[in-house]
Design a binder for this molecule. Structure first.
Ligand SMILES: *[C@@H]1O[C@H](CO)[C@@H](O)[C@H](O)[C@H]1NC(C)=O
Ligand SMILES: *[C@@H]1O[C@H](CO)[C@@H](O)[C@H](O)[C@H]1NC(C)=O
Ligand SMILES: *[C@@H]1O[C@H](CO)[C@@H](O)[C@H](O)[C@H]1NC(C)=O
Ligand SMILES: *[C@@H]1O[C@H](CO)[C@@H](O)[C@H](O)[C@H]1NC(C)=O
Ligand SMILES: *[C@@H]1O[C@H](CO)[C@@H](O)[C@H](O)[C@H]1NC(C)=O
Ligand SMILES: *[C@@H]1O[C@H](CO)[C@@H](O)[C@H](O)[C@H]1NC(C)=O
Ligand SMILES: *[C@@H]1O[C@H](CO)[C@@H](O)[C@H](O)[C@H]1NC(C)=O
Ligand SMILES: *[C@@H]1O[C@H](CO)[C@@H](O)[C@H](O)[C@H]1NC(C)=O
Ligand SMILES: *[C@@H]1O[C@H](CO)[C@@H](O)[C@H](O)[C@H]1NC(C)=O
Ligand SMILES: *[C@@H]1O[C@H](CO)[C@@H](O)[C@H](O)[C@H]1NC(C)=O
Ligand SMILES: *[C@@H]1O[C@H](CO)[C@@H](O)[C@H](O)[C@H]1NC(C)=O
Length: 378
């Protein structure tokens, strides 16, 4: 009897350890928090009026001893600039006259000595190509398959002040050109800033943390120039020359957040010697698109191609969207989702529970059996 109880205890300890292990995965979220402030056109006063469609959004994500500054701007091609400082009181100074004339050094984060890392992501061109053979592989198409690209710096952009939402910490920038394709359509970018870790509500439900912000890009209602049109977006990154960027394609986890998506692509900036940590990144899941760049490619420009072979062409829905995460430090990596962990827990736990219950039953039956043997006969 003692040995039965002992194994039951052992099993309950095992079960407890498994539950600990499972909850460890579930609770294994980044606890770092930041206070997020949105500000439009910092330092602009009535003496200067920017031209229509030009605005600068400044997001300040203040941590305990550091600040992440994001600048989202529609002067020229849309761009997201990330600046990390080691001070929680760093501020921004914009020389508006020079800024509006396109001089990048007109935007300063002060004190200058506090700046630890900076990187810019620029959305330069939207390419459209006729994918006649449905290969979704623009790298191997003849130049004649490409339509003239849409230069995003020539687009007319909406006003960020109308779309900025300080509650949800988002702002949306939509634009188009005067050509017939965009007469009923638009190309939009929405930035979301985060003060803590979590996962986006919208598919592909990228994981984020307090050190990242998210950009969703979509192309809605644009008239395609062929019946078999696909699009790709050209991005440029500008950073320190000693921090070359490269594209890594990682295996990810197939869970309920992004079923059947096994890859995460990240465009990282890290010092030449790869043993050093990654300083910043742009990350996305290849959901219905592919990158033209191979793994490990060192680059400062990149075409992201939407659609895979066999996918409907753009004209099927006249809509496509894409989400990417921009941030500091190492990109967030998916761990098993609570649902998957739950399944594992049930899968592992149930047999153990059955053994445990079985053990108790045996124990109880033995107990019941013993008094019977000594029952006095009346
Ligand atoms: C606007 O700002 C500039 C410098 O930022 C300053 O010189 C000027 O006096 C300000 N004008 C007003 C009306 O506040
Ligand atoms: C912030 O800096 C203070 C003083 O330099 C230090 O005591 C504290 O641990 C730091 N906090 C974090 C989260 O690094
Ligand atoms: C930007 O402004 C700085 C400081 O006034 C100047 O040295 C630099 O030449 C300007 N750059 C351009 C491209 O105009
Ligand atoms: C911030 O970093 C600079 C060097 O980049 C360093 O000189 C300075 O002491 C740091 N400040 C704090 C508060 O850590
Ligand atoms: C499509 O496939 C045909 C036959 O394989 C080939 O001759 C043609 O060049 C391809 N077209 C393009 C645009 O790749
Ligand atoms: C801002 O976002 C909040 C939260 O998502 C939402 O409830 C609110 O309606 C939004 N405000 C505007 C003006 O869209
Ligand atoms: C834009 O929409 C209007 C009304 O729905 C339609 O008449 C027009 O043909 C459309 N233009 C293009 C270029 O699709
Ligand atoms: C976010 O940045 C802060 C400050 O640099 C750091 O302490 C924290 O570990 C970072 N979190 C992640 C998930 O990278
Ligand atoms: C698209 O297909 C339709 C019918 O299949 C055809 O009438 C039309 O000319 C095509 N448009 C283009 C741009 O190829
Ligand atoms: C990287 O490593 C190589 C050899 O290991 C060394 O020669 C080079 O100086 C290193 N570069 C940097 C930037 O540290
Ligand atoms: C993107 O694709 C277009 C068309 O193939 C090409 O001209 C351009 O150089 C590519 N851009 C980058 C950054 O690779």
């Amino acid at each position: 009897m003692a040995s039965t109880l002992g194994s039951a205890q052992l099993l309950s300890i095992l079960l407890f350890l498994i539950l600990q292990f499972v909850s460890g995965f579930i609770i294994n979220e980044d606890k770092y928090k930041r206070q997020v402030f949105l500000e439009l056109n910092p330092g602009l006063n009535s003496s200067i009026t920017p031209p229509p469609g030009v605005s600068l959004l400044h997001v300040r994500a203040v941590g305990a001893n550091d600040t992440l500054h994001y600048f989202f701007c529609s002067l020229g091609a849309p761009a997201l600039l990330l600046v990390h400082t080691n001070s929680s009181s760093s501020s921004v100074k914009v020389d508006w006259l020079r800024f509006l004339s396109g001089n990048a050094s007109s935007l300063q984060v002060e004190p200058k000595s506090s700046v630890q890392y900076s990187n810019a992501l620029i959305f330069t061109r939207l390419w459209e190509y006729e994918d006649a053979n449905d290969t979704a592989d623009p790298q191997h198409l003849p130049p004649s398959s490409f339509f003239p690209p849409y230069e995003l710096q020539d687009f007319t952009w909406g006003d960020l002040s109308e779309t900025m939402n300080a509650t949800s910490k988002t702002a949306k920038l939509c634009g188009g050109d005067s050509g017939p394709s965009f007469s009923n359509g638009s190309f939009c970018l929405q930035i979301s800033a985060f003060g803590s870790g979590g996962r986006d509500h919208d598919w592909p439900r990228l994981l984020h943390n307090a050190n990242s912000s998210q950009i969703k890009v979509w192309l809605d209602g644009v008239t395609a120039r062929s019946n078999k049109s696909r699009f790709s977006l050209e991005l440029q990154t500008v950073g320190r020359s000693d921090l070359p960027s490269r594209v890594d394609v990682l295996r990810s986890i197939d869970d309920e957040y992004t079923p059947s998506i096994f890859q995460v692509v990240q465009w990282v900036a890290s010092p030449v010697n790869s043993t050093s940590p990654v300083l910043g990144y742009t990350q996305w899941k290849p959901v219905a698109y592919r990158t033209a760049s191979p793994n490990g490619y060192q680059t400062s420009g990149l075409n992201v191609t939407f659609g895979i072979s066999g996918d409907p062409f753009y004209s099927a829905t006249n809509y496509l969207s894409w989400t990417l995460l921009v941030g500091l430090g190492s990109p967030p990596a998916d761990s098993f989702s609570p649902m998957v962990m739950g399944i594992i827990a049930v899968g592992l736990g149930t047999p153990l529970l059955l053994i445990l219950v079985g053990g108790i039953c045996v124990c109880v039956r033995k107990r019941e059996a013993k008094p019977l043997a000594y029952e006095p006969i009346n």
